[in-house]
Design a protein around this ligand. Structure first.
Ligand SMILES: Cc1cc2nc3c(=O)[nH]c(=O)nc-3n(C[C@H](O)[C@H](O)[C@H](O)COP(=O)(O)OP(=O)(O)OC[C@H]3O[C@@H](n4cnc5c(N)ncnc54)[C@H](O)[C@@H]3O)c2cc1C
Ligand code: SF4
Length: 525
């Protein structure tokens, strides 16, 4: 791997190697632009992937100290684990399930569509679906998403999804499919077809599911234009007297600190660490944190309106066979205020393994009690849904720095505060009712509702807006305040939509790479 000098100030420095950072590094490298990726986690490879739920969770998750606060149940049931995020080479694209959905047009325009909703802080994206569509197509080709763009057939249905789909059909629904998924259904792009082993969220041992771990990152390195340094935690972004980002201070595995100079800095640490880094980079010139003249850094934290609904059927289902998310019912993705809430939700079939189902069924009461035991006895008969719905941006749902608690790097610990909006509560209730009706229609014997588990979709804490007083970055993810500082991950989302976020993160990273290249050539940055 090429090694760049710490004093090389011609480089793009990228913080994080996941969906946003890994894609950006490869896109820049293919254009001949040199970058260093600093990744706090370890250099995992496919040899490290085990088909073991807790084994993988404990190995690769971000378990550095974090605090949950606010009115969501995480403050009580997951006080130190607000979110489920990976710390490692490839970021959360190791854990992700592969659902690759696009936003709908109205989901980019929530403020104009929903109006000024009380207790929310809505904003329109400075982007439309039409503008993003060519980048969605490029993301789908890059990731290998089943469906029209690649021509790859959708994946086979498993038993669990057949049960859900039949219930959905009997209750009048028709938007039912086993895709789009960023999982090869046939051999493609040097990666094999899915083997239907069923541990997608533990990492795909064979590489059928897209992950930057074995696609974007090695391809970026192969060009000779990219160096990836793992076990390197970025502590602070430095700037010069004019307020331009000049480099980053980071700690290596031994705890030694280094200053890597940079021409451009791109932050892609996911939606808790990215705003935390900007807040930790406060200086006399930027006393409220870097890029924070709007006061929006860390605010508007979104993680989707979610819940689990698991139904015990009269006969064996064996939902664990096949891909973890084996299909999606999309009829509820629409804005229909007569339902008593704005925005919509997907019903995503999700096979949880026995250990995770036991842990998430009654989080405060893990593994104990009559209800849990009864449910576990019926595990082989279950089919289940994970609800993925739009949640509303609220200014006080935010990432802040703890006043006294420090992590192992000596940095203030992030506090993740979230209280769901009333719209989120109404949507959850509707989604649980609808899913219950669907499973009742096919004769479910019992239905178990699970509360949201630690947030796997984290968005919105450095949001885009055309208005520098209402958002942190512009339509290219470029900071309104610091021209050579970019946000390259899901924290730039202005709204959450009902779509899982990764396809949009990748599409934005492809688009951002073009923008950075053009601005570098024009010497604007
Ligand atoms: C179980 C699970 C299932 C999921 N399923 C889906 C799905 O089906 N579809 C979908 O669209 N999304 C899914 N997601 C979400 C998806 O993984 C994320 O949206 C996506 O990976 C986020 O990309 P990112 O670039 O913002 O951050 P990440 O991919 O999380 O990458 C961030 C990286 O930055 C590193 N980092 C952070 N701070 C620093 C720092 N200061 N210095 C150096 N490095 C740092 C981290 O270690 C990490 O490796 C799932 C997530 C989980 C956990
Ligand atoms: S089911 Fe398919 S995508 Fe999921 S882990 Fe197995 S091979 Fe990979």
């Amino acid at each position: 791997m090429t090694q760049f000098d710490l004093n090389d100030d011609s480089l793009v420095v990228i913080v994080g190697s996941g969906a946003g950072g890994g894609t950006l590094a490869n896109e820049l490298a293919q254009k001949g632009i040199k970058s260093v990726v600093l990744e706090a986690g370890k250099p995992y490879t496919q040899d490290d992937i085990e088909n073991d739920e807790w084994g993988m969770f404990n190995k690769i998750s971000w378990l550095d100290k974090r605090i949950s606060a606010g009115g969501w149940h995480h403050a009580v049931n997951h006080p130190g684990l607000p979110a489920w995020i990976v710390k490692g080479y490839g970021g959360s694209t190791i854990h992700w399930a592969g659902v690759a959905l696009r936003f709908k047009e109205y989901e980019f325009k929530t403020r104009s569509t929903y109006g000024d909703m009380a207790d929310a802080n809505l904003e329109d994206w400075p982007l439309s679906l039409a503008e993003l569509t060519p980048y969605y197509e490029r993301a789908e080709l890059k990731m290998g998403v089943t469906g029209k763009t690649t021509g790859m057939p959708h994946l086979p249905w498993n038993n669990g999804f057949r049960v859900l789909a039949e219930g959905a059909r009997r209750t009048g629904r028709s938007n039912i499919a086993s895709g789009p998924m960023a999982i090869n259904s046939v051999d493609r792009d040097g990666r094999p077809a899915c083997q239907q082993i069923g541990f997608c969220m533990q990492g795909c041992k064979v590489g059928a599911k897209w992950s930057t771990m074995y696609t974007e990152l090695p391809r970026a390195v192969e060009t000779g234009n990219c160096e990836i340094r793992t076990d390197c935690m970025v502590l602070k972004i430095e700037h010069d007297a004019q307020g331009r980002a000049s480099g980053v201070l980071y700690a290596d595995a031994a705890g030694n600190q280094h200053l890597q100079k940079a021409r451009v800095v791109c932050v892609a640490g996911n939606s808790i660490e990215s705003p935390r880094l900007l807040l930790n980079s406060a200086s006399s010139l930027f006393p409220d944190g870097l890029a924070n003249s709007s006061g929006q850094v860390g605010r508007n934290y979104m993680c989707h309106t979610t819940a689990g609904v698991y139904a015990a059927m009269p006969e064996k289902v064996r939902m664990y066979r096949g891909t973890s998310v084996a299909g999606i019912v999309a009829d509820e993705v629409r804005d229909d205020p007569t339902r008593g809430f704005r925005g919509g939700y997907h019903l995503e079939f999700l096979s949880l393994g026995l250990p995770f189902l036991a842990a998430f069924l009654e989080p405060g009461n893990t593994g104990w009690g009559r209800r849990t035991a009864e449910a576990m006895e019926q595990y082989g008969n279950m089919s289940g849904v994970w609800v993925c719905g739009e949640d509303m941006a609220r200014a006080d749902n935010r990432i802040t720095l703890h006043a006294t608690e420090r992590d192992q790097y000596g940095l203030p610990v992030p506090v993740v505060t979230k209280t769901p909006h009333n719209n989120d509560h109404a949507m959850t209730a509707d989604a649980c009712n609808v899913t219950g009706e669907i499973y009742d229609a096919v004769g479910a014997k019992a239905i178990y509702n699970l509360p949201a588990y630690p947030a796997s979709h984290n968005m919105g804490t450095n949001r885009m807006s055309a208005d520098p007083t209402r958002g942190v970055v512009n339509a290219q993810g470029q900071s309104h305040d610091v021209a050579n500082l970019f946000v390259s991950d899901g924290s730039q989302f202005t709204s959450s939509s009902a779509a899982n976020p990764t396809l949009t993160i990748v599409a934005l990273a492809i688009r951002q790479a073009e923008s950075i290249a053009a601005k570098m050539t024009a010497r604007e940055i």
